[in-house]
Design a protein around this ligand. Structure first.
Ligand SMILES: [Zn+2]
Length: 262
């Protein structure tokens, strides 16, 4: 169980450059939440829709994280450099509690790999409200830099892979996570094929006629009388050796004889 949040509260509330941090963190966290659920990871998703300034936003996020049941707190941000630049700058993951530093390093590596970013690695930061205020082990992910043209281009092309990498890495922190049970397959009872019904009904009718031994015997005698087939078929019938197939075949011969006699 973990809790994730967007580090800002909508468009224009974070850094901006080739894309808008506030807007993109909200979108990324929503998609990450869905991805984690698909992977069977229990997740609380926090999106701030009420704050009016950065201070309110930080207070809100920390309070909401601490109100949830979880073993880890994760916040999503995008980074910003002093000036816009063409070159890539990369991914970094911030933490304050040394117990989570190797996990932060792993997260940075995996995001950088998925997004083809430079890997700036894990960095301990002791002055961030989110890391200091949340009660569980926490990481703050700076996916890439909004004012690096290259980073934003890579982010846009690799967004799905980045979300997948973050989700997989978070999942790996909870080794006992059972995958979400697959929805039971909808198994409609197949409607009987009309053709099948027709064939079945025909078979039953013919069998009923064949089982009326007296009527069959009279019919065979008649067939012999008109010369449709040999008397040995009646002998076979009397010995119990006439099959249903024989009977149908003899009936066909009898029918043909009748027609040719007309
Ligand atoms: Zn930020």
């Amino acid at each position: 169980m973990l809790t994730i949040s967007a580090g800002h509260y909508g468009k224009g509330t974070g850094a901006s450059g080739y894309m808008d941090e506030g807007e993109e963190t909200v979108s990324l966290v929503q998609e990450l939440g869905k991805k984690l659920q698909q992977k069977g990871v229990k997740v609380n998703v926090i999106i701030d829709k009420q704050s009016k300034n950065q201070q309110q936003n930080l207070t809100y996020i920390v309070k909401q994280h601490n109100a949830t049941q979880r073993e880890m707190d994760v916040s999503i941000h995008f980074n910003s450099a002093a000036a816009q630049q063409k070159d890539g700058i990369g991914t970094e993951v911030l933490y304050v509690n040394p117990a989570i530093s190797s996990f932060a390093q792993k997260m940075s590596t995996e995001i950088a790999k998925a997004g083809k970013f430079k890997n700036r690695g894990a960095k301990q930061r002791t002055n961030l409200a989110f890391l200091n205020g949340t009660a569980k082990k926490a990481i703050l992910i700076e996916v890439c830099f909004v004012n690096s043209e290259q980073d934003v281009k890579l982010y846009r092309s690799n967004k799905n892979q980045i979300i997948e990498a973050i989700a997989e890495t978070l999942k790996s922190y909870f080794p006992n996570t059972a995958p979400a049970p697959p929805a039971p397959p909808v198994k409609p009872t197949p409607a009987p094929d009309p053709q099948t019904i027709t064939i079945k009904a025909l078979q039953q009718k013919v069998e009923a006629i064949f089982n009326d031994k007296e009527a069959v015997r009279e019919q065979l005698k008649l067939g012999i009388q008109i010369g449709a087939f040999q008397p040995l078929w009646l002998e076979n019938f009397d010995r119990g050796q006439l099959t249903l197939y024989d009977y149908i075949a003899l009936t066909t011969l009898q029918y043909q004889k009748n027609i040719s006699n007309v």
